[in-house]
Design a protein around this ligand. Structure first.
Ligand code: 5GP
Ligand code: ZN
Length: 114
Protein backbone atom coordinates (compact mmCIF):
# COMPACT_ATOMS: atom_id res chain seq x y z
CA UNK A 1 0.00 0.00 0.00
CA UNK A 2 1.73 3.12 -1.23
CA UNK A 3 0.09 5.44 1.34
CA UNK A 4 0.65 3.21 4.37
CA UNK A 5 3.19 4.45 6.95
CA UNK A 6 4.17 0.98 8.15
CA UNK A 7 4.54 -0.34 4.58
CA UNK A 8 6.96 2.57 4.07
CA UNK A 9 8.89 1.56 7.21
CA UNK A 10 9.00 -2.05 5.94
CA UNK A 11 10.30 -0.76 2.59
CA UNK A 12 12.88 1.39 4.47
CA UNK A 13 11.42 4.48 2.82
CA UNK A 14 10.66 5.94 6.27
CA UNK A 15 13.34 5.55 8.95
CA UNK A 16 12.63 3.56 12.10
CA UNK A 17 14.65 2.12 14.97
CA UNK A 18 14.46 -1.52 13.90
CA UNK A 19 15.13 -4.03 16.68
CA UNK A 20 14.37 -7.32 14.92
CA UNK A 21 13.78 -8.62 11.43
CA UNK A 22 12.45 -12.17 11.51
CA UNK A 23 11.28 -13.64 8.21
CA UNK A 24 7.91 -12.15 7.40
CA UNK A 25 7.89 -9.86 10.46
CA UNK A 26 9.62 -6.60 11.34
CA UNK A 27 9.91 -4.99 14.79
CA UNK A 28 10.76 -1.36 15.49
CA UNK A 29 10.50 1.02 18.44
CA UNK A 30 7.34 3.08 18.84
CA UNK A 31 8.10 6.76 18.20
CA UNK A 32 6.03 7.70 21.28
CA UNK A 33 6.91 5.00 23.82
CA UNK A 34 4.49 4.27 26.66
CA UNK A 35 6.92 2.03 28.56
CA UNK A 36 10.70 1.47 28.71
CA UNK A 37 10.14 -1.29 26.13
CA UNK A 38 7.56 -0.31 23.53
CA UNK A 39 8.13 -2.08 20.26
CA UNK A 40 5.75 -2.44 17.31
CA UNK A 41 5.78 -5.79 15.52
CA UNK A 42 4.30 -5.85 12.02
CA UNK A 43 3.95 -8.34 9.20
CA UNK A 44 5.86 -7.11 6.17
CA UNK A 45 2.71 -7.77 4.12
CA UNK A 46 -0.08 -5.24 4.45
CA UNK A 47 -3.14 -6.39 6.43
CA UNK A 48 -5.45 -3.76 7.86
CA UNK A 49 -5.95 -5.15 11.35
CA UNK A 50 -5.72 -8.28 13.52
CA UNK A 51 -9.07 -9.62 12.29
CA UNK A 52 -8.00 -9.40 8.65
CA UNK A 53 -4.65 -10.99 9.53
CA UNK A 54 -6.35 -13.88 11.34
CA UNK A 55 -8.70 -14.45 8.39
CA UNK A 56 -5.74 -14.68 6.00
CA UNK A 57 -4.95 -18.02 7.69
CA UNK A 58 -1.49 -18.48 6.20
CA UNK A 59 0.56 -18.82 9.37
CA UNK A 60 1.48 -15.16 9.42
CA UNK A 61 -0.33 -14.53 12.71
CA UNK A 62 1.77 -17.32 14.26
CA UNK A 63 4.94 -15.74 12.90
CA UNK A 64 3.92 -12.39 14.35
CA UNK A 65 3.26 -13.85 17.81
CA UNK A 66 6.61 -15.64 17.78
CA UNK A 67 8.34 -12.42 16.73
CA UNK A 68 6.66 -10.62 19.67
CA UNK A 69 8.10 -13.12 22.11
CA UNK A 70 11.52 -12.93 20.44
CA UNK A 71 11.43 -9.15 20.92
CA UNK A 72 10.52 -9.59 24.60
CA UNK A 73 13.47 -11.95 25.09
CA UNK A 74 15.83 -9.62 23.25
CA UNK A 75 14.60 -6.62 25.27
CA UNK A 76 15.05 -8.51 28.55
CA UNK A 77 11.39 -8.30 29.60
CA UNK A 78 10.38 -11.91 28.99
CA UNK A 79 11.10 -12.89 32.61
CA UNK A 80 9.58 -9.84 34.32
CA UNK A 81 6.44 -9.82 32.18
CA UNK A 82 5.23 -7.99 29.14
CA UNK A 83 2.03 -7.18 27.31
CA UNK A 84 1.07 -7.73 23.68
CA UNK A 85 -1.72 -5.44 22.43
CA UNK A 86 -3.52 -5.29 19.09
CA UNK A 87 -5.70 -2.20 18.94
CA UNK A 88 -8.30 -3.31 16.40
CA UNK A 89 -10.50 -0.63 14.91
CA UNK A 90 -10.81 3.09 15.65
CA UNK A 91 -13.00 2.41 18.70
CA UNK A 92 -10.09 0.58 20.29
CA UNK A 93 -7.62 3.34 19.47
CA UNK A 94 -6.14 1.96 16.25
CA UNK A 95 -4.63 4.86 14.33
CA UNK A 96 -2.34 3.10 11.84
CA UNK A 97 -4.25 0.63 9.67
CA UNK A 98 -1.42 -1.83 9.04
CA UNK A 99 -1.77 -4.48 11.74
CA UNK A 100 0.80 -4.13 14.51
CA UNK A 101 1.33 -5.68 17.90
CA UNK A 102 2.48 -3.36 20.66
CA UNK A 103 5.00 -5.17 22.89
CA UNK A 104 5.16 -3.30 26.19
CA UNK A 105 7.32 -4.01 29.20
CA UNK A 106 9.99 -2.77 31.56
CA UNK A 107 7.58 -1.28 34.09
CA UNK A 108 4.59 -2.41 36.11
CA UNK A 109 1.52 -2.72 33.87
CA UNK A 110 -1.88 -2.31 35.45
CA UNK A 111 -5.01 -4.19 34.44
CA UNK A 112 -7.49 -3.34 33.08
CA UNK A 113 -5.79 -0.82 30.81
CA UNK A 114 -7.34 2.63 30.36
P1 5GP B 1 -2.24 2.31 17.23
O1 5GP B 1 -2.82 3.52 17.91
O2 5GP B 1 -2.65 2.25 15.77
O3 5GP B 1 -2.51 1.02 17.95
O4 5GP B 1 -0.68 2.48 17.30
C1 5GP B 1 0.05 3.21 16.37
C2 5GP B 1 1.38 3.47 17.00
O5 5GP B 1 2.27 3.91 16.00
C3 5GP B 1 1.35 4.57 18.07
O6 5GP B 1 1.77 4.03 19.32
C4 5GP B 1 2.31 5.62 17.54
O7 5GP B 1 3.10 6.21 18.55
C5 5GP B 1 3.14 4.83 16.55
N1 5GP B 1 3.66 5.63 15.45
C6 5GP B 1 2.97 6.57 14.73
N2 5GP B 1 3.76 7.06 13.75
C7 5GP B 1 4.96 6.42 13.87
C8 5GP B 1 6.19 6.53 13.15
O8 5GP B 1 6.33 7.28 12.19
N3 5GP B 1 7.22 5.73 13.56
C9 5GP B 1 7.09 4.87 14.61
N4 5GP B 1 8.18 4.12 14.94
N5 5GP B 1 5.95 4.75 15.32
C10 5GP B 1 4.89 5.53 14.95
ZN1 ZN C 1 0.83 -1.25 5.20
Amino acid sequence: MSDCLFCKIVAKEVPADIVLEAGRALAFRDVNPQAPTHVLVVPKAHHENAAVLAAADDGLADDLLKACHAVAVQEGVAETGYRIVFNTGPGAGQTVFHVHAHVLGGRGLTWPPG
